[in-house]
Write a protein that binds this ligand. Structure first.
Ligand code: ADP
Ligand code: MG
Length: 390
């Protein structure tokens, strides 16, 4: 899938018509995201700062009123999957269809009379690369149903329902960042989001105007223990909050971090997790202040600090991600860090426009020399959030 959004919308609509024998009621798009800074803070009620990718999930959808949900993806082999809305049950579906079906389930659970749909979708968000293909899928379906059933829900409300779909229906304990980013981001901006109450501010983030670029380096590895490790980090953060007597680590103020760490005594692992989360929230606030004061290049070192914290304190990096960061910095990047859940997925690199070819080449050569799979490198321009295309 490539080309202008109008071309993409038309081709997804045409395929819908071939599959279901009638034109869709409309076509919607929702993007994947990268997180500029604020990693593993979203389940600690903290701050994040994602921006939307130009890569999107696009869905052609028609409303149904007979309790039938039909699903098809251009990116998955196989026929149309037909489900009954009143038989949707959390944990019952281990296929990709759990994501869109989970959204319909969450809407119905919340009391919205969503009575069925025909859906065909196609996505340019690479799956499993830490760029949130799953949230793009959920949000595009949620937005389409919101429009077709006249639910009048706002972006952040759709994000909450999509998170519930993924947590409960799919069974993945994800935070709220990905869905909110996909639903609420704006082109040319990063989204400064407080994950406690979902209050948000659009921060201008137009690197090209300042002669810079942001590269995404997809390592194309996902180490298999990543889900278990994510759960352990979450549990460790909750333990830290309990030991410190706060609702969430967000409530530990940066100025009080040293005192808090002393109170944790010999809980060495918990201390490291707490230190990452509290310093990461402070880094998000620092990046916001730098961007708002026009000092964009100065965010580079903050990104590098963030990577070190994820590598040494949170311990979720891996050799491939560290190699991207070290190589990019060695080749002149302004900043670099892993992004997303960790143990693979993608890293981001902030660079002067003129240094991009040398950095790209250096990373590709370093991966070849290390015997790693060739990485996928692309430039990320902050794109629009979820929207109706036609
Ligand atoms: P990420 O969100 O980081 O890309 P996840 O593991 O959370 O990775 O979500 C990936 C899953 O989302 C895939 O395994 C698949 O089930 C589903 N998915 C993503 N894109 C598509 C698509 N285009 N068609 C069908 N399912 C998709
Ligand atoms: Mg995901």
């Amino acid at each position: 899938m490539s080309g202008s959004s109008e071309t993409v919308a038309r081709s997804v609509a045409e395929r819908f018509e071939q599959l279901y024998g009638a034109a869709p009621d409309g076509v919607w798009a929702a993007p994947g995201r990268v997180n500029l800074i604020g990693e593993h803070t979203d389940y600690n009620d903290g701050f994040v700062m994602p921006f939307a990718l130009p890569h999107t999930a696009v869905a052609a959808v028609a409303r149904r009123d007979d309790g039938v949900l039909r699903l098809h993806s251009a990116d998955v082999e196989g026929p149309v999957v037909e489900l009954r809305t009143d038989a949707l049950a959390p944990g019952s579906d281990k296929r990709w269809t759990a994501y869109p079906a989970g959204v319909l389930w969450a809407l119905r659970e919340a009391g919205h009379a969503v009575t069925g749909a025909d859906i065909h979708l196609a996505s340019t968000v690479p799956a499993g690369a830490g760029l949130s293909s799953s949230a793009a899928l959920e949000v595009v379906v949620a937005l389409a149903l919101n429009d077709l059933f006249g639910l009048g829900l706002r972006g952040w409300q759709l994000a909450r329902l999509c998170q519930r779909a993924e947590n409960v229906y799919v069974g993945a304990p994800v935070g709220i960042m990905d869905q909110t980013a996909s639903a609420c981001c704006e082109a040319g901006h990063a989204l400064f989001l407080d994950t406690r109450d979902l209050s948000q501010r659009q921060i201008p983030f137009d690197l090209a105007a300042e002669g810079m670029r942001l590269l995404v380096v997809d390592t194309r590895v996902k180490h298999s223990h990543s889900e278990g490790e994510y759960g352990k980090r979450r549990a460790g953060c909750e333990k830290g909050a309990a030991l410190l007597g706060v609702d969430a680590l967000r409530d530990v103020r940066y100025e009080e971090l040293d005192a808090a760490l002393r109170r944790l005594g010999d809980e060495e692992e918990v201390r490291r997790l707490v230190r990452h989360v509290v310093t990461e929230d402070e880094r998000v606030e620092r990046v916001v202040a730098l961007l708002e004061s026009g000092d964009t290049r100065a965010i580079g070192p903050v990104l590098v600090e963030g990577h070190a914290s994820l590598r040494d304190d949170f311990r979720i990096s891996c050799p491939e991600l560290d190699l991207v960061v070290d190589t990019a910095l060695g080749a002149g990047a302004l900043g670099a860090r892993m992004t997303g859940g960790g143990f693979g997925g993608s890293a981001i690199v902030l660079a002067e426009e003129t240094d991009v070819p040398a950095i790209t080449k250096a990373v590709e050569e370093a991966f070849a020399a290390a015997g790693f799979k060739a990485p996928r490198v692309f430039e990320a321009v902050p794109g629009a959030g979820a929207r109706r295309l036609r």
